[in-house]
Design a protein around this ligand. Structure first.
Ligand SMILES: O=P(O)(O)O[C@H]1O[C@H](CO)[C@@H](O)[C@H]1O
Ligand SMILES: Nc1nc2[nH]cnc2c(=O)[nH]1
Length: 316
């Protein structure tokens, strides 16, 4: 039974989504077919731009842009810093699709809706997913403006029963019990580390563990200490659910966090985090993330199981 008050539904259309069944394989196919009917060829690499990191999409050549609202079954973006546009175009000679804005559970979307675009990407022919996000640092050595290659994640929502794969499994996407021990591709991580070295970025590019929480509030001091003790180096409100769905349907994944703030771990501290602050540092300092991701895309051969373009292998 739908218990969402009608006035709420009118104001926040995403509230309606809670009452719907997850979108089916056929719905994903319908969206993919609609997009394939409008684009020149199948994309090989998908990139999700995190909060305030959408400028990467602007660097694609021969851009074709779709508002989320015009794409069948697509949710709409409601968060500042997430433009709500799907951009197709060439980056370093690879045909890419960029989400300029992602969806979050705190917007009122169930996780199957948050992750719907990933399955559409798979059906479009995408082989590699690059996820980016804005995150707060828990590791003492990280500073705002640093980058963190994601080695692994703690999916706090998943551990407590909020998983995008809940419900009947459709084997056409992937297995009922997908393994997640190699979620963030080892070769892509090594490539990114090597590229960071070559670019002279090593002093501010780390590799660590991202923790996904539900949000929308930022962490209390006790929560921040708890997450740090759990083994998380950075925390945010996205990414892990997308990666679960990407791995389920067989995509290779690379993830990177842009550290926008230190998470407050001391009661005496004066710092206070805000979304405006997150966006501001993104605008000021995200060029390094853009350069690293662009170089990585240039080094990937999505059709080679080894993932590395042969001519680039020597220079890495
Ligand atoms: O993860 P992305 O979408 O980059 O955004 C991060 O920034 C927002 C908070 O400022 C939250 O949505 C958090 O998850
Ligand atoms: N949960 C969480 N998300 C963020 N996104 C950007 N910074 C933060 C943060 O400090 N905490």
């Amino acid at each position: 039974m739908n218990r969402t008050p009608r006035t709420l539904e009118r104001k926040y259309p995403c509230c309606q989504m809670h009452s719907q069944e997850p979108l089916s394989y056929e719905d994903c196919e319908a969206t993919a077919q609609w997009l394939l009917g409008h684009i020149k060829r199948q994309p090989e690499i998908a990139i999700i731009c995190g909060s305030g990191l959408g400028m990467l999409a602007e660097t694609l050549e021969g851009k074709q842009t779709f508002e989320y609202g015009e794409i069948p079954h697509f949710p709409t973006s409601t968060v500042p810093g997430h433009a709500g546009k799907l951009v197709f175009g060439d980056l370093q000679g690879k045909f890419c699709v960029c989400m300029k804005g992602r969806f979050h559970m705190y917007e009122g979307y169930p996780l199957w809706k948050v992750t719907f675009p990933i399955r559409v990407f798979k059906l479009l022919g995408v082989q590699v997913l690059i996820v980016t996000n804005a995150a707060g640092s828990l590791a003492n050595s990280y500073c705002p403006g640093d980058l963190m290659i994601i080695r692994d994640h703690i999916n706090l929502l998943g551990l407590s029963g909020q998983n995008p794969l809940l419900g009947p499994n459709d084997d056409r996407f992937g297995p009922r019990f997908p393994p997640l021990s190699d979620a963030y591709d080892k070769k892509l991580r090594k490539m990114a580390r090597d590229i960071s070295k070559r670019l002279g970025y090593s002093s501010f590019v780390h590799e660590g563990v991202y923790c996904m929480v539900g949000g929308p509030n930022f962490e209390s001091v006790a929560e921040a200490r708890f997450l740090h003790k759990l083994g998380a180096d950075a925390v945010g409100m996205s990414t892990a659910a997308e990666v679960v769905v990407a791995k389920h349907c067989g995509l290779k994944v690379f993830g990177i966090s842009f550290i926008t703030n230190r998470v407050v771990k001391e009661y005496e501290g004066e710092e206070e985090v805000s979304h405006d602050g997150v966006l501001e540092i993104g605008h000021m300092r995200a060029a390094t993330l853009q350069t690293l991701v662009t170089e990585l895309v240039g080094s990937i051969d999505p059709n080679n199981n080894n993932l590395i373009l042969e001519e680039k292998e020597a220079s890495l």
